[in-house]
Design a protein around this ligand. Structure first.
Ligand code: E4P
Length: 217
């Protein structure tokens, strides 16, 4: 399973990259705003900075909600760097734009996906990635992980190549469950990724090894 980090924070992206396990980055307008990145030029420059840190795919989201606007913004984003994946909302014009970019060989990520039917449309439109938001489903008492299972089944039934990118991952167990369910990718915060490291037996065992080494030296 590929690991993407879901942030626009350059320090966190650098830290995940330094761990050696990072495969890409996802961002959205809210994550950009959280870092104080506003204005079209600053946002474009920030995407370039992210691409300079990581080697993998970097999802950059369009703001337009009409087909022509999405095409214009998506083309501008895609021209920034070959790592850029154009992130499009799961609405009718987003599906049309996805098909347009797929036909041109430009990578796409269909975002704000909350149902298997939406994921089926994303695959039919040739999306590179589909982003089911599991945490936001959990927030409304709906099993987000079940959606990953449904999409996996449907995509496997027909051999769709669209990669399932589990999004809105909130904690470490989400990552482990997504891996069990054969999600192709997960995107989550640095805290959830670093949570995978933690085990008290590792810490206790290491402390004992070091103490015993000191006794004999
Ligand atoms: C996905 O690409 C989104 O950026 C993200 O995962 C949303 O997560 P949230 O529900 O924690 O805001």
């Amino acid at each position: 399973m590929k690991f993407f980090i879901d942030t626009a924070n350059l320090d966190q992206i650098k830290e995940a990259q330094a761990l050696g396990i990072l495969d890409g980055v996802t961002t959205n307008p809210s994550l950009m705003a959280k870092e104080g990145i506003t204005g079209a030029d600053n946002i474009l420059n920030h995407y370039k900075a992210i691409c300079n840190i990581v080697e993998g795919d970097v999802s950059a989201e369009v703001i337009a909600t009409d087909f022509d606007g999405m095409i214009a913004q998506g083309e501008e984003l895609a021209a920034l760097n070959p790592q850029i994946v154009v992130k499009l909302p799961m609405i009718a014009d987003g599906v049309k734009a996805c098909k347009y970019f797929s036909d041109k060989g430009i990578k796409t990520n269909m975002t704000l996906v909350f149902s298997a039917g939406q994921a089926l449309l994303a695959a039919k439109a040739g999306a590179t990635y589909v982003s089911p938001f599991i945490g936001r489903l959990d927030d409304i008492s709906t099993d987000g992980l079940n959606l990953i299972s449904e999409i996996r089944l449907i995509y496997d039934n027909y051999g769709f190549e669209t990669q399932i990118l589990a999004a809105s991952v909130r904690h470490t167990m989400h990552i482990i469950d997504c891996a069990k369910l054969r999600s192709d990718v997960m995107t989550g915060p640095l805290s959830a990724i670093k949570g995978l490291l933690k085990h008290p037996l590792t810490d206790n065992g290491l402390a004992k090894f070091l103490a015993d080494y000191k006794k004999g030296n």
